[in-house]
Write a protein that binds this ligand. Sequence first.
Ligand code: BEZ
Length: 211
Amino acid sequence: MTIRLGDIVPDFDAETTEGPIRFHEWLGDSWGVLFSHPKNFTPVCTTELGQVARLKPEFDRRNVKVIGLSVDPLDAHAKWAEDIAETQGYAPNFPLIADPERTVSGLYDMIHPNASDTMTVRSVFVVGPDKKLKLSLTYPASAGRNFDEILRVIDSLQLTAQHAVATPANWKDGEDVIIVPSVSDEAAKEKFPGGWKTLKPYLRMVPQPGK
Ligand code: BEZ
């Protein structure tokens, strides 16, 4: 099933390393990141899970719950966690879904048969508190993801959910942002009383609201 931006993401029941969950209920009012990794006891995945564990306080600070998924069974997750702690210095501190029947992987279209019939690709789904898909990414097994980038884009998603702005290329939290084209100059005067810089009529830069 293809899940498109703005769709309510599929709900599911799953076994995880932190007990059984029902996804939507588990998310509650938080933002969420659901990410799959192809297989347990593989090198790139080991580094990724260590990185997510290291960055967990950054996800918490943004009110984002993170949850991983692997098609391996629960007992294999527990054994692998020891290797992750030993080699990466961080043990997983977030739930990992065991999906040996490929139920969740199928619901979220995480198995791309031209890549592999049995392993998931590296999917990332960022879900808003309204349970709608805000962003998705698909990486091949050979490329580990940049979780700093995922935090960066969450900053953009959370900011632009609150204010009539968009974020430019390579933007980072605290830098100037763009007034969205649908806001007229007249309306912008009310929203951005501190003023803005017009580089082109369609490109108006303003300090990040709330900073
Ligand atoms: C890895 O995580 O290292 C990996 C997993 C599946 C295929 C290739 C690499």
